[in-house]
Design a protein around this ligand. Structure first.
Ligand code: NAD
Length: 479
Protein backbone atom coordinates (compact mmCIF):
# COMPACT_ATOMS: atom_id res chain seq x y z
CA UNK A 1 0.00 0.00 0.00
CA UNK A 2 1.23 3.46 -0.89
CA UNK A 3 1.28 5.00 2.59
CA UNK A 4 3.03 2.19 4.38
CA UNK A 5 6.46 2.95 5.80
CA UNK A 6 9.02 0.22 5.08
CA UNK A 7 10.75 -1.00 8.23
CA UNK A 8 13.18 -3.82 8.96
CA UNK A 9 12.39 -6.18 11.82
CA UNK A 10 14.52 -8.70 13.71
CA UNK A 11 12.93 -11.11 16.17
CA UNK A 12 16.20 -11.58 18.07
CA UNK A 13 17.09 -14.24 20.63
CA UNK A 14 15.86 -15.43 24.02
CA UNK A 15 12.63 -13.60 24.84
CA UNK A 16 13.00 -11.62 21.57
CA UNK A 17 10.52 -13.57 19.39
CA UNK A 18 7.71 -13.56 21.98
CA UNK A 19 7.98 -9.85 22.85
CA UNK A 20 8.31 -8.93 19.15
CA UNK A 21 5.22 -10.94 18.36
CA UNK A 22 3.28 -9.15 21.10
CA UNK A 23 4.48 -5.72 19.96
CA UNK A 24 3.68 -6.33 16.27
CA UNK A 25 0.17 -7.45 17.17
CA UNK A 26 -0.35 -4.18 19.08
CA UNK A 27 1.10 -2.09 16.21
CA UNK A 28 -1.16 -3.79 13.66
CA UNK A 29 -4.26 -3.50 15.84
CA UNK A 30 -3.56 0.21 16.39
CA UNK A 31 -3.42 0.80 12.64
CA UNK A 32 0.30 1.44 12.22
CA UNK A 33 1.05 1.62 8.49
CA UNK A 34 4.13 -0.55 8.17
CA UNK A 35 5.63 -2.54 5.35
CA UNK A 36 7.73 -5.05 7.30
CA UNK A 37 10.88 -6.81 6.08
CA UNK A 38 12.10 -9.49 8.46
CA UNK A 39 15.82 -10.23 8.79
CA UNK A 40 17.58 -12.86 10.84
CA UNK A 41 20.42 -11.77 13.10
CA UNK A 42 22.22 -12.93 16.23
CA UNK A 43 22.62 -16.34 17.82
CA UNK A 44 21.48 -18.49 14.88
CA UNK A 45 24.03 -16.82 12.62
CA UNK A 46 26.81 -17.01 15.21
CA UNK A 47 26.09 -20.74 15.40
CA UNK A 48 26.43 -21.01 11.61
CA UNK A 49 29.92 -19.51 11.98
CA UNK A 50 29.00 -16.00 10.83
CA UNK A 51 30.99 -14.12 13.47
CA UNK A 52 29.43 -10.73 12.66
CA UNK A 53 25.95 -12.14 13.48
CA UNK A 54 24.46 -10.52 10.36
CA UNK A 55 24.38 -11.34 6.65
CA UNK A 56 24.99 -8.99 3.70
CA UNK A 57 21.36 -9.21 2.55
CA UNK A 58 20.27 -7.85 5.95
CA UNK A 59 22.49 -4.78 5.54
CA UNK A 60 20.75 -4.20 2.20
CA UNK A 61 17.34 -4.26 3.91
CA UNK A 62 18.55 -1.85 6.61
CA UNK A 63 20.05 0.54 4.08
CA UNK A 64 16.81 0.44 2.09
CA UNK A 65 14.32 1.00 4.93
CA UNK A 66 16.57 3.05 7.27
CA UNK A 67 14.24 2.07 10.14
CA UNK A 68 14.98 -0.94 12.33
CA UNK A 69 12.78 -2.42 15.05
CA UNK A 70 15.03 -4.88 16.83
CA UNK A 71 14.34 -7.38 19.59
CA UNK A 72 17.27 -8.11 21.95
CA UNK A 73 19.93 -10.53 20.88
CA UNK A 74 22.32 -12.70 22.83
CA UNK A 75 25.98 -11.77 22.54
CA UNK A 76 28.11 -14.81 23.35
CA UNK A 77 30.77 -13.89 25.91
CA UNK A 78 34.46 -14.38 25.24
CA UNK A 79 36.45 -14.22 22.03
CA UNK A 80 35.54 -14.93 18.43
CA UNK A 81 32.38 -12.92 17.91
CA UNK A 82 31.72 -9.18 17.96
CA UNK A 83 28.68 -7.60 19.60
CA UNK A 84 26.14 -7.22 16.80
CA UNK A 85 24.45 -4.36 18.65
CA UNK A 86 27.68 -2.38 18.61
CA UNK A 87 28.34 -3.33 14.95
CA UNK A 88 24.90 -2.14 13.81
CA UNK A 89 25.15 1.13 15.76
CA UNK A 90 28.56 1.91 14.38
CA UNK A 91 28.04 0.72 10.80
CA UNK A 92 24.85 2.75 10.38
CA UNK A 93 26.28 5.75 12.24
CA UNK A 94 23.62 5.65 14.99
CA UNK A 95 25.46 8.14 17.14
CA UNK A 96 22.74 9.00 19.68
CA UNK A 97 21.15 6.49 22.02
CA UNK A 98 18.06 8.06 23.56
CA UNK A 99 16.71 6.31 26.65
CA UNK A 100 13.72 7.89 28.39
CA UNK A 101 13.08 6.55 31.90
CA UNK A 102 9.96 7.28 33.93
CA UNK A 103 8.20 5.78 36.95
CA UNK A 104 4.52 4.84 37.03
CA UNK A 105 3.52 5.11 40.68
CA UNK A 106 1.61 3.73 42.43
CA UNK A 107 0.89 1.00 39.87
CA UNK A 108 4.46 -0.11 39.21
CA UNK A 109 6.43 -0.31 42.43
CA UNK A 110 9.29 2.14 42.36
CA UNK A 111 11.97 3.33 44.68
CA UNK A 112 11.71 6.84 43.23
CA UNK A 113 8.25 7.93 42.08
CA UNK A 114 9.49 11.26 40.70
CA UNK A 115 12.00 9.82 38.25
CA UNK A 116 11.45 11.25 34.76
CA UNK A 117 14.62 11.66 32.76
CA UNK A 118 16.07 11.04 29.33
CA UNK A 119 19.55 9.62 29.08
CA UNK A 120 21.33 10.54 25.87
CA UNK A 121 24.28 8.29 25.45
CA UNK A 122 27.08 8.67 22.91
CA UNK A 123 26.75 5.49 20.91
CA UNK A 124 29.82 4.98 18.71
CA UNK A 125 33.02 5.76 20.57
CA UNK A 126 34.64 5.19 23.96
CA UNK A 127 35.72 1.71 25.06
CA UNK A 128 33.06 0.26 22.74
CA UNK A 129 35.48 0.68 19.84
CA UNK A 130 36.52 -2.80 21.01
CA UNK A 131 40.21 -2.20 20.23
CA UNK A 132 41.91 -4.54 22.68
CA UNK A 133 45.34 -6.11 22.74
CA UNK A 134 47.30 -8.38 24.99
CA UNK A 135 50.41 -6.25 25.17
CA UNK A 136 52.58 -8.31 27.48
CA UNK A 137 52.25 -11.63 29.26
CA UNK A 138 50.68 -9.82 32.21
CA UNK A 139 48.88 -6.84 30.74
CA UNK A 140 45.93 -6.39 28.40
CA UNK A 141 44.77 -3.06 27.05
CA UNK A 142 41.52 -1.51 25.78
CA UNK A 143 41.68 1.75 23.86
CA UNK A 144 39.27 4.50 24.84
CA UNK A 145 38.84 6.72 21.80
CA UNK A 146 36.97 10.00 22.12
CA UNK A 147 36.81 12.41 19.19
CA UNK A 148 35.94 16.10 19.13
CA UNK A 149 33.37 15.66 16.30
CA UNK A 150 31.84 12.72 18.25
CA UNK A 151 31.49 14.88 21.38
CA UNK A 152 30.16 17.90 19.48
CA UNK A 153 27.56 15.83 17.69
CA UNK A 154 26.11 14.11 20.78
CA UNK A 155 26.22 17.20 22.99
CA UNK A 156 24.45 19.29 20.35
CA UNK A 157 21.91 16.50 19.87
CA UNK A 158 21.19 16.53 23.64
CA UNK A 159 20.62 20.30 23.73
CA UNK A 160 18.45 20.23 20.59
CA UNK A 161 16.46 17.31 22.04
CA UNK A 162 15.93 19.18 25.32
CA UNK A 163 14.74 22.26 23.47
CA UNK A 164 12.40 20.32 21.15
CA UNK A 165 10.83 18.35 24.00
CA UNK A 166 10.60 21.27 26.36
CA UNK A 167 13.03 19.82 28.86
CA UNK A 168 14.63 22.39 31.13
CA UNK A 169 18.08 21.09 32.00
CA UNK A 170 20.93 19.08 30.48
CA UNK A 171 23.38 17.42 32.89
CA UNK A 172 26.74 16.17 31.70
CA UNK A 173 28.29 13.16 33.44
CA UNK A 174 32.00 12.36 33.02
CA UNK A 175 34.99 11.16 35.01
CA UNK A 176 37.26 14.02 33.97
CA UNK A 177 38.91 14.31 37.35
CA UNK A 178 40.77 11.12 36.32
CA UNK A 179 40.54 10.98 32.52
CA UNK A 180 41.53 14.55 31.86
CA UNK A 181 42.04 14.27 28.12
CA UNK A 182 39.21 11.93 27.04
CA UNK A 183 36.42 12.76 29.48
CA UNK A 184 37.94 16.23 29.76
CA UNK A 185 37.25 16.79 26.05
CA UNK A 186 33.62 15.70 26.45
CA UNK A 187 33.14 18.11 29.38
CA UNK A 188 34.89 20.96 27.56
CA UNK A 189 32.70 20.49 24.48
CA UNK A 190 29.62 20.39 26.76
CA UNK A 191 30.62 23.80 28.16
CA UNK A 192 31.34 25.24 24.70
CA UNK A 193 28.12 24.04 23.06
CA UNK A 194 26.04 24.61 26.20
CA UNK A 195 26.91 28.31 25.96
CA UNK A 196 24.86 28.42 22.72
CA UNK A 197 21.73 27.33 24.66
CA UNK A 198 21.20 30.04 27.31
CA UNK A 199 17.54 28.99 27.69
CA UNK A 200 18.56 25.58 29.04
CA UNK A 201 20.03 25.00 32.50
CA UNK A 202 23.19 22.93 32.66
CA UNK A 203 25.34 21.21 35.22
CA UNK A 204 28.06 18.59 35.42
CA UNK A 205 28.56 15.63 37.75
CA UNK A 206 31.52 13.34 38.21
CA UNK A 207 30.42 9.81 37.27
CA UNK A 208 30.48 8.24 40.74
CA UNK A 209 28.40 10.82 42.56
CA UNK A 210 26.31 11.44 39.42
CA UNK A 211 25.31 7.76 39.26
CA UNK A 212 24.62 7.73 43.01
CA UNK A 213 22.30 10.73 42.54
CA UNK A 214 20.54 9.02 39.59
CA UNK A 215 19.70 6.23 42.04
CA UNK A 216 19.06 8.35 45.13
CA UNK A 217 17.65 11.70 43.99
CA UNK A 218 16.71 11.22 40.32
CA UNK A 219 14.31 14.16 40.41
CA UNK A 220 17.27 16.55 40.00
CA UNK A 221 17.86 15.20 36.47
CA UNK A 222 15.99 16.05 33.29
CA UNK A 223 18.23 15.21 30.30
CA UNK A 224 21.59 13.53 30.89
CA UNK A 225 24.29 13.50 28.21
CA UNK A 226 27.21 11.17 28.74
CA UNK A 227 29.82 8.91 27.21
CA UNK A 228 29.00 5.48 25.83
CA UNK A 229 29.94 3.20 28.74
CA UNK A 230 28.60 5.47 31.47
CA UNK A 231 25.31 5.94 29.57
CA UNK A 232 24.87 2.19 29.31
CA UNK A 233 25.28 1.74 33.07
CA UNK A 234 23.37 4.85 34.17
CA UNK A 235 20.33 4.00 32.04
CA UNK A 236 20.03 0.50 33.53
CA UNK A 237 20.39 1.97 37.05
CA UNK A 238 17.70 4.55 36.24
CA UNK A 239 15.36 1.95 34.70
CA UNK A 240 15.66 -0.37 37.70
CA UNK A 241 15.10 2.51 40.13
CA UNK A 242 12.02 3.47 38.09
CA UNK A 243 10.58 -0.01 38.36
CA UNK A 244 12.02 -2.57 35.93
CA UNK A 245 14.45 -2.83 33.04
CA UNK A 246 11.50 -4.47 31.33
CA UNK A 247 9.63 -1.19 30.74
CA UNK A 248 12.19 1.13 29.15
CA UNK A 249 12.66 1.54 25.40
CA UNK A 250 15.43 3.12 23.46
CA UNK A 251 16.04 4.86 20.14
CA UNK A 252 19.36 4.81 18.32
CA UNK A 253 19.46 7.78 15.99
CA UNK A 254 21.81 8.63 13.11
CA UNK A 255 21.51 10.96 10.14
CA UNK A 256 18.54 9.48 8.28
CA UNK A 257 18.59 6.21 10.27
CA UNK A 258 16.79 4.97 13.36
CA UNK A 259 17.00 1.73 15.29
CA UNK A 260 14.47 1.08 18.04
CA UNK A 261 14.66 -1.50 20.80
CA UNK A 262 14.14 -2.28 24.49
CA UNK A 263 17.00 -1.38 26.81
CA UNK A 264 17.09 -4.86 28.29
CA UNK A 265 18.77 -7.94 26.87
CA UNK A 266 17.50 -11.30 25.64
CA UNK A 267 16.81 -12.64 29.20
CA UNK A 268 17.53 -16.27 28.16
CA UNK A 269 16.50 -17.72 31.53
CA UNK A 270 12.87 -16.68 31.05
CA UNK A 271 12.68 -17.29 27.28
CA UNK A 272 9.80 -19.29 25.83
CA UNK A 273 7.69 -19.13 29.01
CA UNK A 274 5.30 -16.34 28.02
CA UNK A 275 6.28 -14.32 31.10
CA UNK A 276 8.49 -11.56 29.63
CA UNK A 277 7.22 -8.00 29.67
CA UNK A 278 6.90 -6.65 26.10
CA UNK A 279 6.66 -3.03 27.36
CA UNK A 280 10.33 -2.09 26.78
CA UNK A 281 10.18 -3.08 23.12
CA UNK A 282 6.73 -1.47 22.85
CA UNK A 283 8.18 1.83 24.17
CA UNK A 284 10.92 1.49 21.53
CA UNK A 285 8.23 0.92 18.87
CA UNK A 286 6.34 4.02 20.08
CA UNK A 287 9.53 6.07 19.56
CA UNK A 288 9.79 4.50 16.09
CA UNK A 289 6.23 5.57 15.16
CA UNK A 290 7.03 9.14 16.24
CA UNK A 291 10.21 9.00 14.16
CA UNK A 292 8.40 7.84 10.99
CA UNK A 293 5.59 10.38 11.26
CA UNK A 294 2.88 8.15 12.77
CA UNK A 295 2.64 10.05 16.04
CA UNK A 296 -1.12 9.62 16.30
CA UNK A 297 -0.80 5.83 16.34
CA UNK A 298 2.07 6.22 18.85
CA UNK A 299 -0.18 8.22 21.19
CA UNK A 300 -3.04 5.73 20.80
CA UNK A 301 -0.73 2.87 21.83
CA UNK A 302 0.93 4.92 24.61
CA UNK A 303 -2.46 5.72 26.16
CA UNK A 304 -3.73 2.14 25.88
CA UNK A 305 -0.52 0.98 27.57
CA UNK A 306 -0.93 3.50 30.43
CA UNK A 307 -4.57 2.41 30.85
CA UNK A 308 -3.49 -1.24 31.05
CA UNK A 309 -0.83 -0.43 33.65
CA UNK A 310 -3.15 1.71 35.82
CA UNK A 311 -5.80 -1.02 35.75
CA UNK A 312 -3.22 -3.26 37.40
CA UNK A 313 -2.82 -5.73 34.52
CA UNK A 314 0.83 -6.63 34.95
CA UNK A 315 3.46 -9.11 33.83
CA UNK A 316 5.46 -10.97 36.46
CA UNK A 317 8.39 -8.52 36.61
CA UNK A 318 6.15 -5.63 37.74
CA UNK A 319 3.41 -7.60 39.49
CA UNK A 320 2.79 -6.95 43.19
CA UNK A 321 -0.05 -8.06 45.49
CA UNK A 322 -0.55 -4.47 46.57
CA UNK A 323 -0.72 -2.70 43.21
CA UNK A 324 -1.77 -5.28 40.64
CA UNK A 325 -5.16 -6.75 39.88
CA UNK A 326 -4.17 -9.43 37.39
CA UNK A 327 -0.99 -11.34 36.64
CA UNK A 328 -0.74 -11.88 32.89
CA UNK A 329 1.66 -13.44 30.42
CA UNK A 330 3.33 -11.74 27.45
CA UNK A 331 0.49 -12.59 25.03
CA UNK A 332 -2.29 -11.67 27.45
CA UNK A 333 -0.61 -8.36 28.24
CA UNK A 334 -0.60 -7.55 24.51
CA UNK A 335 -4.30 -8.56 24.31
CA UNK A 336 -5.07 -6.22 27.22
CA UNK A 337 -3.31 -3.29 25.50
CA UNK A 338 -5.15 -4.07 22.23
CA UNK A 339 -8.49 -4.16 24.06
CA UNK A 340 -7.78 -0.63 25.40
CA UNK A 341 -6.76 1.00 22.09
CA UNK A 342 -8.79 4.18 21.81
CA UNK A 343 -9.09 4.62 25.61
CA UNK A 344 -7.25 7.26 27.61
CA UNK A 345 -5.75 6.76 31.06
CA UNK A 346 -7.62 8.16 34.06
CA UNK A 347 -4.85 8.27 36.64
CA UNK A 348 -1.89 9.13 34.41
CA UNK A 349 -1.76 12.13 32.12
CA UNK A 350 -2.53 10.99 28.58
CA UNK A 351 0.37 11.16 26.16
CA UNK A 352 0.19 13.11 22.92
CA UNK A 353 3.20 12.73 20.70
CA UNK A 354 4.06 15.02 17.83
CA UNK A 355 6.09 13.70 14.96
CA UNK A 356 9.55 15.08 14.99
CA UNK A 357 11.80 14.62 12.02
CA UNK A 358 15.33 14.44 13.31
CA UNK A 359 17.13 17.46 11.94
CA UNK A 360 20.62 17.25 10.53
CA UNK A 361 21.94 19.60 13.16
CA UNK A 362 25.57 18.71 12.98
CA UNK A 363 28.11 20.85 11.20
CA UNK A 364 31.69 20.27 12.08
CA UNK A 365 34.35 22.82 11.36
CA UNK A 366 37.74 21.20 11.41
CA UNK A 367 40.42 23.54 12.75
CA UNK A 368 43.94 22.62 11.73
CA UNK A 369 46.47 23.26 14.48
CA UNK A 370 50.26 23.32 14.41
CA UNK A 371 51.49 19.96 15.61
CA UNK A 372 55.01 19.36 16.97
CA UNK A 373 56.52 16.19 18.39
CA UNK A 374 58.30 16.90 21.68
CA UNK A 375 58.90 13.36 22.88
CA UNK A 376 57.85 9.76 22.78
CA UNK A 377 56.49 7.18 25.22
CA UNK A 378 58.03 3.80 24.45
CA UNK A 379 56.18 0.85 25.99
CA UNK A 380 58.27 -2.21 26.85
CA UNK A 381 57.67 -5.76 27.99
CA UNK A 382 60.39 -6.67 30.51
CA UNK A 383 60.96 -8.46 33.80
CA UNK A 384 64.28 -6.67 34.47
CA UNK A 385 64.54 -4.47 37.59
CA UNK A 386 63.69 -0.78 37.17
CA UNK A 387 67.26 0.48 37.55
CA UNK A 388 68.57 -1.96 34.97
CA UNK A 389 65.97 -0.80 32.43
CA UNK A 390 66.77 2.84 33.24
CA UNK A 391 70.54 2.35 32.93
CA UNK A 392 70.18 0.68 29.54
CA UNK A 393 67.73 3.28 28.23
CA UNK A 394 69.79 6.25 29.42
CA UNK A 395 72.61 5.07 27.19
CA UNK A 396 70.52 5.80 24.11
CA UNK A 397 68.47 8.81 23.16
CA UNK A 398 70.89 11.19 21.62
CA UNK A 399 70.91 14.81 20.80
CA UNK A 400 68.48 16.56 23.11
CA UNK A 401 66.26 13.50 23.63
CA UNK A 402 66.47 12.45 27.27
CA UNK A 403 64.86 9.64 29.26
CA UNK A 404 62.71 11.61 31.70
CA UNK A 405 60.50 9.05 33.41
CA UNK A 406 59.62 5.39 33.64
CA UNK A 407 56.14 4.37 34.77
CA UNK A 408 54.64 0.98 35.48
CA UNK A 409 50.87 0.71 35.04
CA UNK A 410 50.57 4.50 35.14
CA UNK A 411 52.68 5.09 38.29
CA UNK A 412 56.05 6.81 37.99
CA UNK A 413 58.76 4.44 39.31
CA UNK A 414 61.91 6.20 38.00
CA UNK A 415 63.81 8.50 38.64
CA UNK A 416 61.89 8.31 41.88
CA UNK A 417 59.49 5.67 43.06
CA UNK A 418 58.46 3.75 46.13
CA UNK A 419 59.51 0.17 46.90
CA UNK A 420 55.85 -0.66 47.71
CA UNK A 421 54.69 -0.12 44.10
CA UNK A 422 53.92 -3.45 42.43
CA UNK A 423 55.80 -3.86 39.19
CA UNK A 424 54.27 -5.72 36.26
CA UNK A 425 56.08 -6.61 33.02
CA UNK A 426 54.61 -3.52 31.29
CA UNK A 427 56.69 -0.32 31.25
CA UNK A 428 56.18 3.12 29.82
CA UNK A 429 59.44 4.93 29.20
CA UNK A 430 59.16 8.62 28.44
CA UNK A 431 61.74 10.45 26.36
CA UNK A 432 61.40 14.22 26.10
CA UNK A 433 63.30 16.80 24.04
CA UNK A 434 64.95 19.74 25.74
CA UNK A 435 63.07 23.03 25.95
CA UNK A 436 62.27 24.60 22.59
CA UNK A 437 63.31 21.54 20.51
CA UNK A 438 61.24 19.07 18.53
CA UNK A 439 61.95 15.65 17.03
CA UNK A 440 61.06 13.91 13.80
CA UNK A 441 59.61 10.48 13.08
CA UNK A 442 62.95 9.26 11.77
CA UNK A 443 64.65 10.18 15.07
CA UNK A 444 62.02 8.09 16.84
CA UNK A 445 62.76 5.17 14.51
CA UNK A 446 66.48 5.51 15.33
CA UNK A 447 65.62 5.49 19.05
CA UNK A 448 63.57 2.30 18.63
CA UNK A 449 66.42 0.62 16.73
CA UNK A 450 68.67 1.55 19.66
CA UNK A 451 66.22 0.02 22.13
CA UNK A 452 66.13 -3.31 20.27
CA UNK A 453 69.96 -3.27 20.05
CA UNK A 454 70.26 -3.09 23.87
CA UNK A 455 68.03 -6.13 24.18
CA UNK A 456 64.73 -4.50 25.21
CA UNK A 457 61.37 -5.50 23.72
CA UNK A 458 59.24 -2.51 22.72
CA UNK A 459 55.55 -3.21 22.23
CA UNK A 460 54.06 0.16 21.38
CA UNK A 461 54.89 3.82 21.10
CA UNK A 462 52.93 7.02 21.53
CA UNK A 463 54.33 10.23 20.15
CA UNK A 464 54.10 13.13 22.60
CA UNK A 465 52.84 16.21 20.83
CA UNK A 466 51.90 19.80 21.29
CA UNK A 467 49.08 21.37 19.28
CA UNK A 468 49.52 25.12 18.80
CA UNK A 469 52.14 24.91 21.55
CA UNK A 470 49.79 23.29 24.09
CA UNK A 471 50.89 20.01 25.69
CA UNK A 472 48.62 17.17 24.57
CA UNK A 473 49.50 14.24 26.82
CA UNK A 474 48.89 13.30 30.41
CA UNK A 475 51.46 12.97 33.18
CA UNK A 476 52.01 9.71 35.06
CA UNK A 477 50.86 9.50 38.70
CA UNK A 478 53.72 11.03 40.67
CA UNK A 479 55.51 12.44 37.58
P1 NAD B 1 18.91 -8.93 30.49
O1 NAD B 1 18.45 -7.51 30.32
O2 NAD B 1 18.60 -9.87 29.40
O3 NAD B 1 18.31 -9.50 31.85
C1 NAD B 1 18.52 -8.88 33.12
C2 NAD B 1 17.42 -9.28 34.09
O4 NAD B 1 16.20 -8.62 33.73
C3 NAD B 1 17.10 -10.79 34.07
O5 NAD B 1 16.71 -11.16 35.36
C4 NAD B 1 15.92 -10.88 33.13
O6 NAD B 1 15.10 -11.99 33.37
C5 NAD B 1 15.18 -9.57 33.43
N1 NAD B 1 14.47 -9.06 32.25
C6 NAD B 1 15.03 -8.51 31.16
N2 NAD B 1 14.10 -8.16 30.27
C7 NAD B 1 12.91 -8.54 30.81
C8 NAD B 1 11.57 -8.46 30.35
N3 NAD B 1 11.26 -7.92 29.17
N4 NAD B 1 10.60 -8.93 31.15
C9 NAD B 1 10.88 -9.47 32.34
N5 NAD B 1 12.13 -9.56 32.84
C10 NAD B 1 13.14 -9.10 32.08
O7 NAD B 1 20.49 -8.83 30.75
P2 NAD B 1 21.60 -9.99 30.76
O8 NAD B 1 21.08 -11.21 31.45
O9 NAD B 1 22.81 -9.30 31.28
O10 NAD B 1 21.88 -10.30 29.24
C11 NAD B 1 21.36 -11.41 28.53
C12 NAD B 1 21.86 -11.35 27.09
O11 NAD B 1 21.33 -10.20 26.44
C13 NAD B 1 23.38 -11.24 26.95
O12 NAD B 1 23.81 -12.09 25.90
C14 NAD B 1 23.61 -9.80 26.59
O13 NAD B 1 24.79 -9.62 25.83
C15 NAD B 1 22.38 -9.51 25.78
N6 NAD B 1 22.00 -8.07 25.72
C16 NAD B 1 21.46 -7.65 24.54
C17 NAD B 1 21.03 -6.33 24.44
C18 NAD B 1 20.44 -5.89 23.13
O14 NAD B 1 20.18 -6.71 22.27
N7 NAD B 1 20.23 -4.60 22.94
C19 NAD B 1 21.12 -5.45 25.53
C20 NAD B 1 21.64 -5.94 26.74
C21 NAD B 1 22.07 -7.27 26.83
Amino acid sequence: MANKTPITIAYGDGIGPEIMDAVLRILDAAGAQLDKEVIEIGEKLYKKGISSGIEDSSWESLRRTKVFLKAPITTPQGGGVKSLNVTVRKTLGLYANVRPVAAYPPFIETMKPKIDMVIIRENEEDLYAGIEHQQTQEVVQALKLISRPGCERIVRYAFEYARALNRKKVSCITKDNIMKLTDGLFHKVFNEIGAEYPDIEKDHFILDIGTAYVAERPEIFDVIVTLNLYGDVISDVAAEVAGSVGIAGSANIGDGFGMFEAIHGSAPTIAGQNIANPSGLLQGAIQMLVHIGQAEVASKIGNAWLRTIEQGIHTKDIYSYKNSTELVGTKEFADAVIARLGQTPEHFNPVSYTSRTEQKIFKYERKVKKKEIVGVDVFLESILPTNEIATRLQAIGGDGLQLSMIANRGVSVWPEGLPETFLSDHWRCRYLVSEGKTITHSEIVTLLEGITRIGLDFIQIETLCTFDGKIAFSLAQGE
